[in-house]
Design a protein around this ligand. Sequence first.
Ligand code: CU
Length: 486
Amino acid sequence: MKDFDRRQFLSIAAATTLGLALPSRRALTRSLFDAPADHKIRIGTGLVEVAPDRILSTTTYNGQFPGPLLRFKEGQPAVVEIYNDTNTPEQLHWHGQRVPVDVDGSAEEGTPYIPARGTRRIEITPGPAGFRFYHTHNLAGADLAMGQYSGQVGPVYIEPRHEPGAYDREVFLTLKEFEPSLARGGDMAMDFLSPATIVPSLKTAADRTEALAKGRPQGYEVGYQVFTIHGKMLGHGEPVRVKHGQRVLFHVLNGSATEIRSLALPGHQFRVVALDGNPVPRPTIVPVLWIGTGERVSAIVEMNRPGVWVLGDLADDDRKRGMGIVVEYAGRKGKPLWVKPPSSKWDYSRFANPGGAHTKPDQVFDLTFTKDQAADHGFNRWSINGRAFSMDKMEPLLHLSLGKRYRLRLRNASDDIHPIHLHRHTFEVTRFAGKACSGLHKDVILVGGFQEVEVDFTADQPGMSLFHCHSQLHMDFGFMALFECS
Ligand SMILES: [Cu+2]
């Protein structure tokens, strides 16, 4: 705590010297003197009752899963006290927020750890407004009890200064699997992204690296036994209780360590109003939501088909093992009904403005992702531009100038889909698989097998920012890079 106060003092002293605007007197008083915390988070072992006969033991926030919904007000400084009751130093990452390295929650960037059996008290100025989340940023490697395989995931809502209220109620849902295990190969849905345009040279490059791996087995993938929404297997939690005519705004977070999820509600449609917590330029009605690891979708459902329904994943195996929640209309009883929706594609550009970026970037960087099959103790090793990240060699991959606009051309020379995430920034999707678009602001984007996606962003955060695939299995085996900005 002393450490925190000193740093605060130094940053204020520096701001004064530079003649910068000081935080408000209230903010100053709160941080320098020991004001009560706005939120207290306790990291420790918790029991999660996913069903009456299934109680899991895992690391949680405040003994519950998901972690408590943390509400902040945009731009209003808040103090968070984090207690670590485990024997492992921890990192708590504020996903989707523009916060300094000191509090972002990434050891790679230089955030101090929350010591084992210790405490860290931080102050953040929350923003941008919208649906964010917080999660551990520890490596797990081959230890499937660690990192985001555990229960260290919770939602954040940052209230905007003006809330548009075109709905009757809000429901926050966190999707998460438990009881992971390693297997060779996987069965993740691959063909839902649209357009499906691939770049032949990326396929050729992948074929070449695959040929080099000839004779090696498939790399490990992670599978799960237990699937939950809001910490409960389908049929075991409280249903979402609705009334005929209500407009319900669902804020859905994919808190998975590795999986892409889908969601449908038979007889109903989703009006997608925000992606990754940011309002979309063109709210669009879709029958199915697809949500990559770390992505969020906010969608309004008009409750106009009274009954008892399953809001669930399209994958039958996963839904039967728990990935669903019951939606029950007032006065209706009976067995929840699931109906497979007609097939549909997920096209990010439908939510964006047609046509490309309005601002020309100052510089374009190509980032090519490759897989070296089973190259690291049976795990696939991942590289960005030929470099697999390691904590021993942490030199930044890109050097950025503060205030400049950059374009990243994300080039996937592998057959997997990767949820690509950039810390401390929001990017604009300007081209998806050959289709130009604009106005879609996100912090995670799915890049399909052999596909190319372009995102633009302004480097407005000094210091290191981590860029990585949000799959724990990929980031832990090389799929990370640092961008340094000064
Ligand atoms: Cu990945």
